[in-house]
Ligand binder design. Structure first.
Ligand SMILES: NC(=O)c1ccc[n+]([C@@H]2O[C@H](COP(=O)([O-])OP(=O)(O)OC[C@H]3O[C@@H](n4cnc5c(N)ncnc54)[C@H](O)[C@@H]3O)[C@@H](O)[C@H]2O)c1
Length: 330
């Protein structure tokens, strides 16, 4: 591949547009096209961010030999068909979270990507948040990991069973992925409590308290849902403890407090300007995506990471439904 990667954005809503603003800072990525089921959304993105075309017809992208890769930021029900079609057309894929609505769909995407020999990177941006790297540096092997993704009451399609999967899957998957990432050990058993507490009309688990056992013997706890505004800890909050050191990541990953370490705290202001301006890793993840394509290396957050996060959430739902801990072997 040359020094620039030609891409198309599929899904020109809130997150797609947010990626486009960040992509302006990543010179290796050039967006040539915009696809959306709503033509005006695609047209607006094309006008604002620049490109050759906009369309509602995704087949145009699959036929376009100038396109190396796509960024998919659509509703969750379309992630599987779009990712599989992209793979079959030989396009590399940056896929927003969650990977898909079921474990079977995730495995089908994995298979399609594998078969086509294309790369797929998942949009778990917090892995690239600079203070997450700091936490991993200080507490390398936690015994206990806590993660929280608690939103104010959500609205719209993410709550629906067919398009979104509810707040725990839609947004909580970030916390499930990061609790895994802070351990880097496979989750093997999941127990949970929860229910349709905030949106009973959808009948989905919308708030859950989950416990996880990891292969290496460590344990994790995750609270995810949309039961309110967690003002002090912020929407996203993580804590790792290893028996000697503690790191508490709060204020939406902008600050860390340490226990048992040479400094008591660390915040974004202690980092170089480039890192300060990327607190949630949204620029760094696109840079990493470009790098893996240009260097022909594995994406740092691959298909298995997408499958794992969705599987952790869905096993938690199963644990709530059945009242029994669920084994997880991928
Ligand atoms: N990483 C993050 O922090 C983060 C934050 C918000 C959303 N997201 C993810 O980004 C994705 C999009 O979320 P959003 O908030 O931008 O939603 P949105 O509703 O604002 O935008 C989605 C867009 O996709 C279009 N669309 C839906 N199905 C389509 C299809 N089959 N083909 C073409 N276009 C289609 C819609 O018309 C809409 O314009 C989701 O996966 C969501 O979970 C990630």
């Amino acid at each position: 591949m040359s020094h620039s990667i030609n891409m198309v954005l599929i899904g020109c809503g809130g997150m797609g547009r947010s990626h486009m603003r960040r992509a302006r800072e990543v010179s290796e990525l050039t967006f040539l096209g915009y696809v959306d089921a709503a033509e005006e959304a695609a047209a607006r993105a094309c006008q604002e961010f620049g490109g050759r075309y906009y369309t509602t017809d995704v087949d145009k992208v699959w036929r376009d030999d100038d396109i190396d890769a796509v960024l998919i930021a659509t509703h969750h029900d379309s992630h599987t068909p779009l990712a599989i079609q992209a793979a079959q057309a030989g396009k590399h894929i940056f896929l927003e979270k969650p990977m898909a609505l079921t474990i079977e769909e995730c495995l089908a995407i994995e298979e399609a990507v594998d078969k086509a020999g294309v790369k797929l990177m998942m949009g778990f941006k917090f892995r690239f948040a600079p203070l997450v790297a700091k936490v991993k540096e200080v507490v390398r092997q936690p015994l206990v990991t806590v993660g929280q993704s608690l939103h104010p009451a959500m609205k719209g399609w993410p709550l629906t069973p067919d398009k979104g999967g509810g707040p725990v899957l839609s947004n909580g998957c970030h916390a499930f992925d990061l609790v895994y990432w802070l351990n880097e050990s496979e989750p093997v058993r999941i127990s949970a409590e929860g229910g349709a507490l905030t949106h009973p009309e959808f009948g989905l688990v919308d708030n859950a308290v989950v416990s996880v056992s990891f292969e290496n013997g460590s344990i994790g706890a995750i609270i995810a849902g949309d039961c309110g505004d967690a003002r002090y800890t912020s929407k996203f909050f993580f804590e790792v403890l290893d028996g000697q050191r503690t790191a508490t990541l709060y204020d939406r990953c902008h600050k860390v407090a340490f226990g048992g370490y040479e400094i008591d705290s660390f915040s974004l202001e202690d980092l170089p300007p480039a890192a300060q301006s990327d607190p949630e890793g949204t620029r760094a993840e696109l840079q990493a995506w470009a790098r893996c394509l240009l260097d022909d290396t594995d994406p740092p957050v691959g298909p298995r990471d997408g499958t794992r996060a969705t599987a952790m959430v869905l096993k938690a739902f199963e644990a709530i439904r059945s009242g029994k801990a669920q084994e997880l072997r991928l």
